[in-house]
Design a protein around this ligand. Sequence first.
Ligand SMILES: [Mn+2]
Length: 247
Amino acid sequence: MKKPVIGISTSVLVDQESGFPGYERIYVNKDYVSSVISAGAVPLMIPMDDTEDNLRQTLELVDGVIFSGGHDIAPIRYQEEPHQKLQEICPERDEFDFLLYRLAKEKKLPILGICRGFQLMNVSEGGKLYQDLSLKDTESFKHSQGHGPSIPTHTAKVEAGSKFHDILGKEEIRVNSFHHQAVKSVSENVVISGRALDGVVEAIELKDYPFGVGVQFHPEMLQEKEEDMKKIFVALVSAAREYQGKK
Ligand SMILES: [Mn+2]
């Protein structure tokens, strides 16, 4: 049987180095690709595009989708004006990601959201974000570790009875942290399935959906060394295999 295919949403990078300064390149970090391969699936990068027909056609080729990390989501998407501490946004990428997410959900494709992808899931479902962690009413730990992507720096508690708990088979994990924003509220379609010890939401999942998991941390940067992080990709690929079997 063919391996399942996992689509990975891409971002845009402005070239500063080569002979084409200012030139835009479509990319994903290699970690996402390696994680999909090592979990037993075929990675397929999905170029930034907001043409609905094209994205529908692309989604016919995949059995699961990873929404990758990156820019802040424009706060207008959750009915807020930009705070001073909002960082770089990319409305073009918002157009692409929000559309891709809606279409992937229509098809009931397995979804894994990572960092921005996790925030995108939450906002798409009607939840809100803190534009910066300093806006949270209680003090947070350091969630921008700023170095060593493959070093876990804080703990996350895993909610008993959640899909996330099924995946990990434990109540506590150690994660890395590269975010200055956080989930402020979730809609009735979403369950919070993991939190840092300061209360910051680190994992969510979709209710009544085959596989819809989002994580605030970056398992793709850890999975080579950390077995817990690898389990997340293995679970996605196993859901994708099931999807593929029903196509
Ligand atoms: Mn964190």
